[in-house]
Ligand binder design. Structure first.
Ligand code: HMG
Ligand code: MG
Length: 308
């Protein structure tokens, strides 16, 4: 399989942690409900391709996201090797109870930077979402779990338009204060451009949320995800969310398409000599296999170029 020609560039990290979200952010948005055995095989193949942080599913209300209603069943079906982290999405205490019963060690809560999306995604106001998260995170930390915090609509909202940087900083700082070890900055509808990324990371630094705690989460709706990611790496970020094959979207955000494809990210990082531990060939084979289950081609440009 073709490989990119290696040429290093200044000002970039030596290693990047890929936080793989295909099984969760990807499959939550598919019309088809994928069989639990296929999901388990997908995760097993992702592990075999070298991914070590794999968000597997969500313990949200099954009526809200029926695609992931089999969360507990999936976790029972998985037998992950030690060294693989398998966080799950949890919105509230009920979700935490279900995650704890399934033996989860790591969760991610997900906040909105805007009022409208808090209402649509969590049935809450901006403040109410924190009333939901505070006891959830306290109990999770007491139980020894690691907690990641997502912030959605960081760079634009389909209903509200522009989102002020200060509003994103406030929400992110509140999640940091609650005890989230990592904050993932979500471009939920894929509208960000690199200047915004530089501005937000800078403003968070000023507010005391250092770049070592940040991850970036770009959707690729406007084709900006790789440019935004490279910009974030230059700003010092070393954890990048992406989804195998570019699967994904958010069922409660209009016009959101898939995440940055993991293959597109790995092609760029391999070319720059930045280590990820991922075997691109195995990953492309996995996404091609998954696309036959979903009955549609992968939107990833690298999968399209390399498959077949
Ligand atoms: P609600 O209807 O307000 O819930 O939904 P409630 O607290 O009023 O409870 C109503 C009933 O639901 C109760 O049952 C609860 O027990 C039950 P009843 O007493 O009536 O029998 N319930 C639950 N059952 C199972 N699991 C639970 C749960 N919670 C309550 N966890 C809620 C509020 C937060 C639950 C709902 O809005 C929800 O599930 N939202 C999730 C939406 C979602 O998953 N969106 C996609 C993920 S976010 C995303 O993709 C963005 C991201 O990728 C980053 C980016 O791109 O920006 C992360
Ligand atoms: Mg997302």
């Amino acid at each position: 399989m073709r490989k990119p020609q290696l040429t290093r560039a200044e000002g970039l990290p030596e290693r990047v942690t890929i936080y793989e979200v295909g099984a969760r952010d990807g499959l939550q948005n598919e019309d088809a409900i994928v069989d639990v055995a296929v999901k388990a095989e997908f995760v097993r193949r992702l592990v075999d391709a070298g991914l070590t942080t794999i968000e597997t599913t969500s313990f949200v209300h099954p009526k809200w996201v029926p695609q992931l209603a089999d969360a507990a069943e999936l976790l029972t079906a998985l037998d992950l090797p030690s060294g693989v982290r398998a966080p799950v999405l949890v919105p509230n205490e009920r979700g935490l109870d279900r995650a704890l019963a399934a033996g989860v060690r790591e969760i991610a809560i997900f906040a909105s930077a805007t009022e409208t999306f808090a209402r649509k995604n969590l049935n809450s106001t901006l403040d109410e979402q924190f009333a939901m998260f505070t006891p959830t995170v306290e109990r999770a930390l007491d139980a020894g779990l690691a907690v990641r915090g997502y912030v959605s609509m960081c760079y634009g909202d389909p209903w509200e338009g522009d989102v002020p940087v200060e509003q994103v900083v406030q929400v992110t700082a509140r999640l940091a204060e609650l005890g989230c070890h990592e904050l993932s900055l979500g471009d939920t509808i894929g509208v960000a451009t690199p200047g915004q990324v530089i501005d937000l990371i800078g403003a968070l630094g000023q507010a005391g949320v250092g770049v070592d705690r940040l991850a970036v989460h770009f959707h690729d709706t406007y084709g900006q995800a790789l440019a935004n990611t490279l910009t974030a790496l230059r700003e010092g970020v070393t954890t990048v969310d992406s989804s195998a094959g570019g699967l994904g979207g958010c069922p409660y955000a209009e016009s959101a398409t898939g995440n940055l494809a993991t293959e597109d990210l790995v092609w760029q990082l391999d070319g720059l000599g930045i280590r990820t531990g991922v075997d691109l060939e195995k990953l492309v084979t996995t996404s091609t296999w998954m696309s036959t289950h979903l009955g549609k081609p992968s939107p990833s440009r690298v999968v399209q170029a390399l498959a077949g």
